[in-house]
Structure formats: C-alpha cells, structure tokens
Write a protein that binds this ligand. Structure first.
Ligand SMILES: [Zn+2]
Ligand SMILES: [Zn+2]
Length: 328
C-alpha cells in the first residue's frame, strides 16, 4: 500500500513509501482510509518537536475509514462499517489513571500517527476498542476534523468552565469547530488571530464569533476564559491579562514555545492556567453525539495523499481556513 511517512527525526517533511498491507491483531480492525485530517500535532512530529515518536512513522490521527477485516475478538464493528480513529490508540487499562477514568494520562498509552502508524496511507490498523462510529450527517472529508480538532478542542472547551465570554487564540481547525459549539450553547466567542491576518478574522466572524481581532489587542470586554490553540507561549500572559478574576486559560496543544515570565498580578485573583492532554474515549462519545446534534459545519481543504507536504506547508504557514484533509 502507499503511505506518506516520516522517515527520520526532524525530517520536516513526509516521504512516499510502499508498505505491506498491515494485518489486524485479535482486537484490531483493518481499515481502508477514506479521509485523514492534518493536525498541528502532525507538524510537531514531522518537524521533530515531539520526542516520543516511533520513527519511521505514518502520521495522521483524524482517520475516517471503512472496516475491511476484523480480528477474532472484535465485537463492535463489522466489515463495511464506517469508523473514526482518533489520537488515543491504546491505553493500558490498569494503571491509576486508567482506573480513574483518566486514560488520557496513562503513562503507557500509545498514540495514532505517533507510536502507531496512522492515516497518511491507503490502509491502517487500529484497536477497535479505541475507534468510534461517526455521525451520518458528515461525509468522510467533513467528518475527519471532528476526530482531533473537534474532540480534543472540546475537552479544552470543557476545561474552560462555564463562563459566557470565551476567547480563542489561534483560529484554525479546532477554533472553528469550538466556536460553533460555544455559540450553540449560548456563549460569546472572542477570536484572536495573528496581527494582519484579515482572512482569519473574516473566517472567525463567518462561523459565529462575536468579535475578532489581533492577538496583541484587548477584546472589547474582559473574558471569563480563553483557550490557546496556537503553539505560542507568549500568548499565556497575554490571555491571562484579558481575563476577569477567576478566569481560566487553557493551553490546548501538545507543544508550545516557552512561556515568558510574567508578573504575579496576572495570575492573582484565582486565575488559572492549565493544559489539556490527549482525550478519553468518553470525551469522544460525548463530542460525537454533540456534533450529530448541533450539527457542526466543518470547513475543509482537500488534498490528495501524495500532496501531504503541501497540506503540511499550508498549515505551517497559516494559509488554511479550517482544516486540511488528505484523501488517498
Ligand atoms: Zn493506563
Ligand atoms: Zn491532533
């Protein structure tokens, strides 16, 4: 089968490779990939900013596919079913975190497109216990961004508390989905984009933001909370400075540049800074049900699998409105 793989650490691109068709283990399914979203985490893997990748690796953890074959112990899917494969590929099930419903923190967890070959390929195998049926209202390409931008974005959104005024820093795939969730739940979204990025400002307004402006300027009102999707550490004190007492700032990415030191008064009055790591299967079930219910409109730009590097470059350069999706 054809795949695009990271073949050395810090390669900064993926290479076309021919791989043997993978065989599913007893708990696994063999899946024909129909679409795979391109996530910022893929960029961190390709650029060598994350150090635990199994190299060589086929990236991609927003996989929409069709089940071709099931291992002996698989009871939840049958051949022909459409399936979604997310970032969390496996967790141990018996550590203190797994037992407490926090499998997202499992020390032995393995991640799709990071330690397990992912969706930049014609086929992949996945542990069926970590895969999900997808809502019918989404075609394959439009469903792909739900699987990370949507559901890890949603975990970050839940961590941001229940305040009305939500700031989002970095307006890409995750923010455009979470804006719709927030608006659906009666909240106001304040979108912060790179100074001068008028296209991102228009995009934010189009999907429902109350206000959009440059990330170095104050919003018209103080925020109850903010989520930082951009991998930029200096946005942490910036976002804190825009929150009301008790405000929450959530760092939603797996990697961020260093956070500069900042005066304690920015954290004072019970403000909170926290990160969000990975996802649990419960997050996925909750979010996919919500996505079916709202429904969300994902904006995608489709690339053939062979053009994965062009998709990664467009994401790196901030040229996308919404999410890049690869189609084999
Ligand atoms: Zn565990
Ligand atoms: Zn992701």
């Amino acid at each position: 089968m054809r795949a695009m793989a990271v073949t050395r650490t810090g390669a900064h691109d993926v290479e076309p490779v021919e791989l043997d068709l993978p065989a599913p283990g007893p708990s696994e399914i063999l899946v024909r990939v129909l679409a795979c979203g391109v996530c910022r985490t893929d960029l961190h893997v390709v650029d060598g900013e994350l150090t635990n990748a199994t190299i060589p690796i086929v990236p991609g953890h927003e996989i929409v596919g069709r089940v071709e074959r099931c291992g002996d112990r698989v009871t939840t899917f049958v051949p022909g079913a459409r399936v979604g494969i997310p970032w969390l590929g496996w967790s141990c099930g018996d550590c203190e975190f797994c037992l407490a419903g926090r499998e997202n923190l499992c020390r032995r967890a393995r991640y799709t497109g990071y330690q397990i070959n992912g969706g930049y390929a014609e086929y992949t195998v996945a542990d069926a216990r970590f895969c999900f049926p997808l809502p019918d209202g989404y075609d394959d390409g439009h469903a792909a961004p739900l699987l990370c931008a949507g559901l890890i974005g949603y975990r970050a959104y839940r961590m941001a508390g229940s305040g009305t005024r939500l700031g989002l820093y970095g307006f890409g795939a995750a923010a455009h989905v979470i804006t719709q969730v927030a608006v659906h739940q009666g909240r106001e979204v304040y979108a912060f984009v790179s100074p001068g990025d008028d296209q991102a400002m228009r995009f934010a307004k189009d999907v429902g933001a109350t206000w959009a402006g440059p990330s170095n300027e104050p919003p018209p009102v103080p925020l109850d909370s903010a989520i930082i999707f951009a991998p930029v550490g200096r946005l942490v004190p910036e976002a804190l400075s825009r929150t009301t007492p008790g405000g929450i700032v959530v760092c939603a990415g797996i990697h961020m540049s260093d956070i500069p030191s900042f005066p304690y008064r920015l954290l004072w009055e019970e403000r909170v800074v926290r990160s969000v790591a990975n996802l649990t299967r419960k997050d996925a079930e909750e979010f996919l049900a919500l996505a079916a219910d709202v429904p969300l409109r994902t904006h995608i730009q489709v690339y053939p699998l062979a053009d994965a590097n062009r998709a990664l470059d467009d994401l790196r350069a901030g040229r996308l409105s919404g999410a890049a999706v690869l189609v084999p």
